[in-house]
Write a protein that binds this ligand. Structure first.
Ligand code: SAM
Length: 254
């Protein structure tokens, strides 16, 4: 066994029952192109290879990459940082399915990066911190609903499949984890991503404010009313479609 490297967020899955459950939930088919992010010591990889799918592995840790290539010679091994890799070059055979027990320290930037490449991806199953999965799948007007919920649901249908306790890993993480399935929408929302991102940062940095104040400088009170949104609502009360409408109003103006 290789020693886990904290800086790469290494918590290896060791519970065979849960590994089987993740693999059955993903259900890779022979001939499908699958990309595994952060295969580590190959806990999931072993089963993916057995499914007969066409597998690409992206692993940042050079020592693990060497072991993986020896153990799974039929897979294509990319020893790179997934946050920096040239994804279109790395995935010529798209659309692909993506799976990963992700390093929690890079999960949000990685998700935002993948959302920009959804034309390459048909669906994704990720293990993430439970709290992050709850935010991704949250409904409006709930405590977990925020920027990550809107950004995720703008691009994908997000479903929490099941939770995974710390005991399933070695070393054990301090937090509870969960598996999320992300299915990109067939029809991407027509919206200026830069504008909606900026709007969400501003709106959710002051959750307690009314939208009249939280969106100041972006959308006026009369514009909110023209969209059927009471200026006294809070940022967490607006649906994804409300944010799209506000954002489109700003982009038609500029
Ligand atoms: N899939 C394995 C498992 O379930 O046991 C390992 C999961 S571990 C939580 C995360 C893995 O992602 C580690 O192998 C780590 O080296 C790798 N990793 C961390 N940062 C990465 C990055 N930026 N790009 C690619 N792989 C990364």
């Amino acid at each position: 066994m290789i020693r886990a490297r904290k800086r790469f967020g290494q918590n290896f899955l060791v519970d065979q029952g849960l590994i089987g459950k993740i693999i059955r939930g993903f259900d890779a088919r022979p001939g499908e192109h699958v990309v595994e992010i952060g295969p580590g010591q190959g806990a999931l990889t072993e089963h993916l290879v057995q499914s007969g799918c066409d597998l690409t592995l992206v692993e940042i840790d050079r020592d693990l990459a060497t072991l993986l290539q020896e153990r799974f010679p039929s897979a294509t091994l990319i020893n790179e940082d997934i946050l920096k890799a040239d994804l279109p070059a790395l995935i010529p055979d798209s659309p692909v399915r993506v799976i990963g027990n992700l390093p929690y320290n890079i999960s949000t930037p990685l998700l935002f990066r993948l959302f920009h490449y959804l034309e390459l991806i048909s669906n994704m199953h990720f293990m993430l911190q439970l709290e992050v999965v709850d935010r991704m799948t949250a409904d409006p007007s709930t405590r977990s609903y925020g920027r990550l919920s809107v950004m995720t649901q703008l691009y994908c249908e997000a479903e929490k499949l099941f939770e995974v306790p710390p005991e399933a890993f070695s070393p054990r993480p301090k937090v509870q984890s969960a598996i999320v399935r992300l299915q990109p929408h067939k029809q991407a929302a027509q919206v200026d991503v830069d504008i909606i991102e900026k709007m969400l940062i501003q709106a959710f940095s002051s959750r307690r404010k009314t939208i009249r104040n939280a969106l100041k400088g972006l959308v006026s009170e009369s514009e909110l009313e023209s969209l059927g949104l009471a200026p006294t609502l809070r940022p967490e009360n607006l649906t994804v479609n409300d944010y799209i409408a506000c954002s489109n109003l700003v982009s038609t103006r500029s």
